[in-house]
Write a protein that binds this ligand. Structure first.
Ligand code: ZN
Length: 329
């Protein structure tokens, strides 16, 4: 078959055909055929073609905008996910996050001081017994606050009052039950609880000091008894008569709510409940009957304004001894 021969020496230069420059377009306002337009097509045909092109451009533009919106939405959706992934990687990674650790170190609290809960017996609608010109709730509040000040000034304790001034002094304020007072002390993480009361008797001659630790058989009995021993030591040294064997007694409420009293020498264990504040305390606790507020000698020594201060000092020294510290007040 004849075959088309190629020219072995054909020039590699390719000549371009001369390019005719298209005329610049101008708005065709007349509808007349422009140069280059095929003759025979009406101006309407060209106008329709321009409209179609314009419509196509609008559609393309719209599609582009829609596409951009979709892309933006996807990116916004993904960014939080990426942050979460990075955070998870940071948490579980071998390199610990340093910022929270540094914050913790900066916020590290001072070594915690032992909380000593002071319970001013009675208050509000519960005035306690009536003394020589004052109520039991007044003497307990004054003593408790004097003790609070001593412990705070000492600097080695964190004193806590189980009731507010309003709960103590406002006669319309509801009674805070002994169990509730103990629970408040527990909530503070108290290491020791002292409940302050004043004794009373129909016979004005009755006098002396006595206190009630958590009784035998309970978890905090031994440490409560040790605190009670420091208390009787201090009150005895002041010259106050110690009631019973040594001023330390255990009390229970019997079946008919009658009080059952035992001396410290009787270490038998009883199922009956003791004072509510001791029953609910989760730390060593003692209820102290500071003095007979119905006896004038007791009031002079431990019940009036100076007496409350004296009693507070004795309580403070006993607390220091219990913690194995020397008083600095
Ligand atoms: Zn009382």
């Amino acid at each position: 078959m004849p075959r088309q021969e190629s020219y072995p020496y054909a020039s590699k230069i390719q000549y371009r055909r001369p390019q005719t420059t298209a005329p610049r377009r101008r708005p065709n306002t007349t509808g007349a055929a422009r140069p280059g337009q095929a003759p025979g097509r009406s101006p309407d045909w060209y106008a329709m073609r321009r409209r179609r092109r314009r419509n196509r451009r609008l559609v393309r533009g719209g599609l582009l905008v829609a596409l951009l919106c979709v892309v933006a939405a996807v990116v916004m959706f993904l960014i939080p996910s990426v942050e979460q992934i990075l955070a998870a990687v940071g948490d579980s990674g071998s390199e610990p996050a340093t910022a929270p650790a540094a914050a913790k170190a900066a916020a590290a609290p001072e070594p915690e001081l032992p909380v000593v809960a002071i319970d001013p017996g009675h208050g509000g609608v519960d005035r306690g017994s009536e003394g020589l010109g004052f109520g039991e709730y007044e003497m307990t509040w004054n003593t408790a606050n004097a003790l609070y000040d001593l412990l705070e000034a000492d600097g080695r304790f964190s004193p806590y009052l189980t009731i507010t001034e309003e709960e103590s002094q406002d006669p319309d304020c509801a009674r805070i039950k002994p169990s509730g007072r103990a629970q408040r002390a527990n909530a503070q993480g108290a290491q020791l609880l002292l409940s302050i009361h004043g004794n009373s008797d129909s016979a004005e001659s009755t006098s002396g000091y006595e206190c009630y630790p958590i009784p035998p058989g309970s978890a905090n009995h031994d440490e409560s008894l040790r605190f009670a021993q420091y208390l009787t030591e201090g009150f005895g040294a002041l010259g106050q008569r110690l009631r019973g064997v040594d001023g330390i007694r255990y009390i229970y409420y019997g079946e008919n709510d009658e009080k059952l009293l035992y001396e410290s020498t009787d270490t038998s264990v009883h199922d009956d409940p003791t004072f509510g504040v001791l029953e609910y305390a989760q730390c060593p606790a003692v209820l102290s009957e500071q003095c007979f507020i119905t006896n004038s000698a007791d009031v002079d020594l431990l019940g009036d304004e100076d007496g409350c201060q004296h009693a507070a000092q004795l309580y403070y020294e006993a607390i220091c001894s219990w913690f194995g510290m020397e008083p600095n007040q």
